[in-house]
Design a protein around this ligand. Structure first.
Ligand code: ATP
Ligand code: MG
Length: 358
């Protein structure tokens, strides 16, 4: 039987139309090399879908994704959507529908790209479906309320089950790496919410005696990421702390173009999604850094390879890693934001060309 994956392609908005096709080109080249057959399924989403289907997230898209192994999701520029019915933010729907509760965001320094140090190699696992998120369903409806014109209450949801499952995902990753896990929280102030998160993380830790665990308060973590990022391996934290710390971590290694991400859950589907937004200021100019999106796609293929036991997919991910690293090492095959001279398409072509020799 042939190794086979069905993967959705959702361009998103703005630079998504450049970096998602780049990702497909790289993954397809690696798959062809290792004998992995990929059935690519382009699906409408974002502003172009609003024009063609009357919705930024057409009904058919989510239905079709249900049967797939994973999908590449480009950045969504929902803040700039027109205020019309049908212009909705697909993110919360996707994360909940597929129960993608763990957002795995690695930060790694490559020499010569402007990283603050050359030895950063950490992964932040951000809880994806709870926390301070106004779109989250809490008992009373939305997560934000304005009981009077001059007062707003924002609700943060932390559950034992939600905390335990993201902790487990983080411990599994730590076990594959340097076996060090840092729980980031602020239980000095959020005694109940962060308190529960930490308690659950420490309970899960008992199942991973081989992983060393420590705890760091989030404000200290913000400082330590700058002072001694090399001392961290896997970090697990709640939704908004993770949102902020992952952008900070990206800044340590060359900016948002260097920040990939993979959303996973208990289900088998995986979603490749870069940390950055749709960058409308640079869209359409062939200058966006495709690394974050391409690396997210690589992580997805690797994860599916391990999860489904498809050696051809694991090997394709290895091939991509070598090809990407080689492209990053040469200023002529990397983009301007990371001290290079290549365009988006130039960097993509270079990675694809490297795959032949990787
Ligand atoms: P969001 O609210 O969706 O997170 P944001 O306001 O944080 O969006 P981004 O779109 O993430 O903004 O990007 C901020 C800036 O960083 C962009 O305007 C762009 O200049 C730069 N940037 C982001 N992604 C890339 C990339 N892949 N390559 C080069 N520059 C990028
Ligand atoms: Mg942002």
């Amino acid at each position: 039987m042939k190794a086979h994956l069905t993967l959705g392609v959702l361009n998103g908005d703005d630079i998504g139309h450049e970096i998602v096709p780049a990702t497909v080109a790289v993954v397809a080249a690696a798959a062809e090399k290792t004998g992995l057959v990929i059935d690519w399924k382009p699906m409408p989403i974002g502003r172009t879908a609003l024009d063609s289907h009357g919705s930024t997230f057409p009904e058919g898209t989510i239905e079709a994704l249900m049967g797939m192994d994973g999908f590449v999701l480009g950045p969504i520029g929902h803040q700039a959507y027109p205020k019309v019915p049908g212009a909705i933010n697909p993110h919360p729907i996707l994360r909940k529908r597929f129960n993608l509760f763990a957002n795995v965001r690695p930060t790694r320094s490559y020499p010569g790209l402007g990283a603050v140090r050359d030895d950063i190699d950490l992964v932040i696992v951000r809880e994806n479906n709870e926390g301070f998120q106004p779109d989250r369903n809490v008992a009373a409806g939305s997560g934000e309320f304005r009981p009077t014109e001059d007062t707003t209450i924002s609700v943060r949801v932390i559950t034992r089950a939600g905390s335990a499952r993201v902790a487990r995902a983080a411990f599994e990753i730590a076990r594959q790496r340097k076996k060090k896990l840092t729980v980031v929280h602020k239980n000095t102030v959020f005694k109940l919410g962060c308190g529960m998160f930490v308690e659950e993380c420490l309970k899960v830790a008992q199942d991973f005696p081989d992983v060393a665990v420590n705890e760091v308060i989030v404000d200290t973590m913000a400082m330590r990421l700058i002072r001694d990022p090399q001392n961290f391996d896997v970090i697990v934290t709640t939704n908004m702390f993770g949102d902020i710390l992952t952008d900070e971590a990206a800044g340590l290694v060359g900016g948002l173009g260097m920040a990939p991400g993979l959303c996973i859950g208990e289900g088998a589907i995986a979603m490749a999604q870069a940390t950055h937004g749709s960058a409308p200021d640079i869209a359409g100019r062939d200058i966006a850094n495709p690394f974050a999106m391409i690396e997210s796609g690589r992580m997805m293929v690797e994860w599916l390879g391990h999860n489904r036991n498809i050696p051809e997919a694991v090997e394709a991910a290895r091939v991509m890693e070598r090809a990407i690293t080689a492209a990053l090492a040469d200023p002529q095959s990397r983009t301007g934001d990371i001290r290079g001279t290549a365009s988006t398409s130039g960097m993509t072509k270079a990675i694809v060309a490297n795959i032949a020799n990787a």
